[in-house]
Design a protein around this ligand. Sequence first.
Ligand SMILES: [Zn+2]
Length: 142
Amino acid sequence: MAKLDMDGPFPLEEEAILRETGQPMPGSIALGYLAANRSFEVLYVDFADSTVQETLLKCLKKGIGKGGLFDKLKGKNPINAFKFSYAMSVEASYQKSCKNFHEFGGSKKLNNKEHPRPPRGKDWACDRCTAELSANFKIKTG
Ligand SMILES: [Zn+2]
């Protein structure tokens, strides 16, 4: 069973974001659906290249991570909550978001249209993708 290893869930509201994410640090976030029984369904993962708080406020204001109209018609759950974790570096938060992206089903299951991308100017490769590539390479050449 995939595990986020994050704090939360908290309601995706400005007040909760300001209250819970006061540390000016980068980190990883997950947006999702918090059911009445407190179970949390991950629907979108991302990372903060500045601060967790800034990224969450941007998601809230711009509706980032929400499913499209088609998802609504299919009865897919709406985003109403978030989880987050701080990281010591932006690269660490990027790698954690990549790991979550893979473990929670990638673009097929998440609202993420594509794999998380490193910030502009960085050429970090996702550890998980790199491991898969080298495994395939070994099979082909082995
Ligand atoms: Zn990857």
